[in-house]
Design a protein around this ligand. Sequence first.
Ligand code: 3PG
Ligand code: MG
Length: 347
Amino acid sequence: MLRADFNVPLENGEITDDLRIRAALPTIEWLVDHGAQVTACTHLGRPKGKPDPKYSVEPVRRRLAELAPGVELLDNLRFDAGEEGNDPAFVQALIKGFDAYVNDAFGASHRAHASIVGPPQFLPSAAGRLLAKEVDVLLGLREDPTRPFVAVLGGSKVSDKLGVIDALLERVDALVVGGGMSFTFLAAQGHAVGDSLCERDQIETCTRLLAQPKPIHLPIDVTALGPSDEVRQAGVDLPAGWKGLDIGPGSAAEFSDVILDVRTVFWNGPMGVFEDARFAAGTRTVAQAMADTKAFTVVGGGDSAAALAQFDMAGSVDWISTGGGASLELLELGDLPGLKALREGRT
Ligand code: 3PG
Ligand code: MG
């Protein structure tokens, strides 16, 4: 039984990025080469504990059949409330008929769900190759990064990433902050951020973070959208009605210089609303610096991986994690429920 994270992005029933399926192939090939009959299982999306055709794994099943013929795929694990509820009866039903369990679902290993933490208590179990490599790379950043080490963070919310920001600040030599979350930092410095995204209740936290000794690079300019849909480059003080949706060219150049200058970079979160061509330049420039730098470059999953794919640069960084939440939690805490379950094994 192979627990994979085939929670891939879908549009109109079509897979738009099959990275997570391809990433499990080395493990599948190894198992098949060693004579195993492999049945895979995954969750897909967030159905509420009951079958929902919107979250059918059928598109994944079709792609898997092309990439790994003969490997079966169970129904969406989250069609049963026992999965997220970590129900012992669901664990038993799941492992029935299997001789061994392999967890290669790095992207879901921060969830203490039945298929992640249950089987290792009952079956001989192992980590798959993807899971092992992810842990190796991310714990390497946590424990022994080649210095200087910088983390580049973006995305919309400070509140989502507070834990990891604190943990990273203990380990990095500098932090670079762009994207929506930078406006809460800028507001904490007293800038007027206009109508930009800003978490007022996180301003005090940002003030505390800015007061610690590690340098935090913030945008020095932004690309903003005005009240009648005009787009303009501006400084970091914006009038009401204006919304910063990307870092500006000055910030992008500064962030690039930082990335080009160091030995290790971890990047999570876009610098702007890159899906909109008018606000993609900041994220693209950072992606290009990630591609050009001699540093060891690691990209956290989710949006930053999607951005790299959109810019055709996925092949130019050293590692793209298949986990968004999981990579951040592993960097923050140094462990995940799925890893702990494998270590503890049969009790
Ligand atoms: C993900 O895409 O984040 C993982 O597959 C986990 O999914 P979840 O966030 O719905 O638990
Ligand atoms: Mg998630």
